[in-house]
Design a protein around this ligand. Sequence first.
Ligand code: IFM
Length: 445
Amino acid sequence: MTQLPDRSVFPNDFLFGVSTSAYQIEGHAQGGVGSTHWDSFAATPGNVAKAEDGARACDHYHRWQDDLDLIRDGNFDVYRFSTSWARVMPEGRGAVNAEGLDFYDRLVDGMLERGLKPALTLYHWELPSPLADLGGWRNRDVAGWFTDYAEVVMKRLGDRIWSTATINEFWCVAWLSHFIGAHAPGLRDIRAAARAVHHVLLAHGTAARAMRDWGVDNIGAVFNFEYTQPETDSAEDTAAARNWDAIYNRMFLGAAFHGAYPDEVLAGIAPHLPDNWQDDMATIAAPLDWCGVNYYTRKVIAHQPGPWPNTHETKGDLPVTDMGWEIYPDGLRHFLSMVHRDYARGLPIYVTENGMAAPDALVNGRIDDRDRIAYLAQHLDAARAAMAGGVPLKGYFTWSLLDNYEWAYGYDKRFGIVHVDFDSLERRPKASYHALAQALERVRK
Ligand code: IFM
C-alpha cells in the first residue's frame, strides 16, 4: 500500500490541515439561519442529485466538538472552516443572528482549546436569498454588503483567527454559477457571468482593504485551478485550451495580483463588464499576505464551434476519481510554480484544498480507502517537488474532514477522510484518516 510522506520530510514550520465549509457540513436548517440561493437552487428540479440540500448535512452544528476532536486526534495543525453569511446575517444585511455568531465564537474557542489554528473563509458559496433577490453577485452593491458582513465576523472572531480568506474559489462563484449554470444561481448568461466575475473580485478587494484597516493580518484568498490539456495539437484546440486556462486559471489571479484581466478573457467579456470597470482594478488588487491553491484535476479541452470561448470538455485517458475527474498530480506542481513565479511572487502559498471522491465501501465497519491514500501521497510528492523548485509552500490542507454535501452531486460523492452515515450521522475515520494521523505525528527530537 502507498505510504504517505512523513511530517519529518517537510520543513519544521510546514502546516497540515483539513478543510470544510459551512453549508456542506453544518445543517443549514438549524440555529436561526436565513435562506440561501443554494436552498432554492436545490429545490428546483434537475439542479441537484435527488434535489438534496444542506438542511441537515453532517449536523456539525450540534456535533462540532466531536468533529474538532477528530481534527486534533488526526494530528493536524490547522482547521480551515467557513462562516455562513446567512447564519451570521439571515437577511444578508442589517440584523445579526446572535445565535449564529455565538456558534462560531464557540467553534473558534474550541479550535484554540485543542491547539488548532483557525483558518477562516468568509464566503464559501451560501449567498443569503434576500441578496440573491437583488441580483446577488451581479449587483455591484455586493462589495459593500460583503464588507459589512466581514466586519461583523471579524469584530467578533478576529482576535483569535490565524488566517482569513475572503472568497473560496472565485471561478465557481462567478463562472460555474453564472455562465455554465451548474451551481447556484444556475444562470447561463455571459453578461451575468462578466458582472459576477468583476463584482466577486471587487468584493474581495474591498473587504481585504477594509480588514487591513481594521488591523486584521494574514489575509489571503483561495483560487481553484485545473490543468488544461488541449485534446490535439491543432491550432484550434490549442486556442481553445488557452481560453479555458485563461478563464479558469488566470482571470481571477491576474485581477487579484496584477489588477488586469487576461487578453483572452477580455476578448469575450469586455462588452459585458460594468461601465468603467477599469477604475476598480486598483481596489481589486489589494495587497495580500498569502495565496491559497485548490487543486484536484486536469481537463482535456477541444475547440467548440460557435461563440466565444469556443471550448468543449472531452474525455482524457488518465485514471479518474468518483467525480470522473482525471488524476494528474503534476498539475499541482505546475500551478504552485506558476502562482509563485507569475503572481504571488514571494508570498507564502498554501494548498488549501486537495483530495478525492472515492467509491468508499464500508466493510465490517471499516473503510479501506487506499485509493485516497495514494492520491494524497502523489499530490504531497508533487507539492514537495514544487518546494524543491523554490516555491514557498507553507502548508497543505486535505479536502475534506467529513463526507459532506457535494453541491450539485448532493450526498452521493464522498470526499471525507472520515465517513459519515447520512442516516445515523455516525462518523467513522477511514484508513486515510489513520494514515494521515500516523504520518503527521510529531516525534519529539
Ligand atoms: O466540495 C468542494 C468544495 O466546496 C470546494 N472545492 C472543491 C470541493 C470538491 O468538489
